[in-house]
Ligand binder design. Structure first.
Ligand SMILES: [Zn+2]
Length: 398
């Protein structure tokens, strides 16, 4: 690992990168890996993101022993959605094709490399969905003891896709919101690398979404990039990726970064509207965009700082529009989970506010697969037809 440092995102204090620390002991805000600069984008012509973007990671080894083929996902242009929404171009970054069908695999793969280089044999996370499955899968790939802490009431259909990877799944009874801190504390004490939602190397993994978008647009970066935002780790990583390429002189400008949340759980948007420096716990969260229902995001304050520094925007989307956008995306051939659809649903709101204009190119990050949350089917009232085989010809003729 090259001698980069962790920097506190709030007070700027630096810490050695060869330690498993994720928050500043002084101000308790999240740490970030020092910025990387390079004019050599593609170190190797390969689809392995850690080899391709080697100059933007501090790892000593680029071995693909731990890879599950994460990253290098398609960036699709959607002429039909562009026309419908009245913008120059809508790009869809399809993260549903990752190894465990969500963007989380990038951060897990990155944090796993850090854990292994530090000599950890035990990893874990706190999650009830995408991240849990991702860490369980990568733990299996690397043959590490993997502990996944989940909510006491996690339904069996969500628990099984985690347990299938042979991870140790622990249902924790008590206040789930305390688990993030408690897991980090116990991890430090017992040598378990808890790669939770916004730990610095998970954020590093998300950078590659931005790197790929730059390459896929031949460095004509989109004007606007909309990121469904929960804990805040993914949007932080994406912003850092664009920032590193911009400061390296590889792209002409930073895109406008938009944090999109569901109205039913929008702690970052609420703080942004008040021009506040810190978030408050969102009362009674409830949204169909379950994957981004985090009432007190651990990187919330840092997302506010990023938006302030980059003149970014935070926007909340009503439930009805989320479902409609999910249906619209399915209508273009992409079945995403409701949380992902929040990015597309944000576009009309941004247009109405004059933030997005008709001559602009907008990229939506489609974070995870629709099959991750089949409970949403019920809201769509989908139908099928019945026919007897004798009447099939009449049926299909029309
Ligand atoms: Zn600090």
């Amino acid at each position: 690992m090259s001698e980069k440092k962790f920097i506190c995102t709030a007070c700027g204090t630096s810490f050695p990168i060869r330690k498993n620390i994720s928050r500043c002991p002084k101000c308790h805000e999240p740490l970030e890996v020092e910025e990387f600069f390079s004019t050599e984008i593609c170190a190797e012509e390969t689809s392995d993101i850690f080899k391709r973007y080697k100059n933007f990671f501090p790892f000593k080894s680029c071995s693909d022993t731990f890879s599950l083929g994460e990253g290098m996902t398609p960036l699709l242009s959607s002429p039909s959605l562009s026309k419908k929404l009245g913008v120059h171009n809508v790009f869809l970054k399809n993260e549903t094709v990752n190894s465990t069908w969500s963007f989380k695999d990038r951060g897990t793969a990155s944090a796993l490399r850090h854990a292994v280089e530090l000599g950890f044999h035990r990893i874990g996370t706190v999650s009830t969905g995408n991240m849990a499955a991702s860490v369980a899968a990568f733990g299996a790939r690397a043959n590490l003891e993997t502990t996944i802490l989940v909510k006491e009431d996690l339904p069996i259909e969500k628990l099984n896709p985690i347990a299938i990877y042979n991870a140790r799944v622990v249902k924790v009874y008590g206040d789930y919101s305390l688990l993030y801190e408690e897991s980090l504390r116990l991890g430090e004490k017992y040598g378990i690398y808890f790669m939770n939602s916004d730990v610095p190397f998970r954020v590093e993994g998300s950078k590659t979404i931005a790197f790929e978008i730059c390459e896929q647009t031949k460095f004509n970066v989109p004007d606007v990039v909309i990121v469904p935002t929960s804990a805040g780790g993914n949007i932080r990583g994406i912003e850092k990726g664009f920032r590193e390429f911009y400061k390296s002189g590889l792209i002409p400008h930073m895109p406008l970064i938009v944090a999109a949340q569901a109205e039913g759980c929008a702690p970052i948007v609420e703080a942004y509207k008040k021009n506040a420096n810190s978030i408050e716990r969102f009362p009674s969260p409830h949204t169909i965009a379950h994957a981004i229902e985090n009432p007190f995001p651990p990187s919330g304050n840092q997302v506010l700082r990023v938006l302030s520094r980059q003149k970014g925007v935070a926007v909340a989307v009503p439930e009805k529009e989320i479902l409609q956008a999910q249906r619209e995306l399915a209508g273009t051939g992409l079945f995403v989970q409701p949380a992902s659809a929040v990015s597309l649903a944000a576009i009309p709101i941004l247009i109405e506010r004059g933030i997005v204009t008709s001559n602009q190119q907008v990229a939506c990050i489609l974070t995870g697969s629709g099959l991750k949350y089949t409970a949403a089917f019920e809201a769509h009232k989908l139908t099928s037809e019945d026919v007897n085989i004798d009447s099939l010809e009449d049926c299909v003729r029309v």
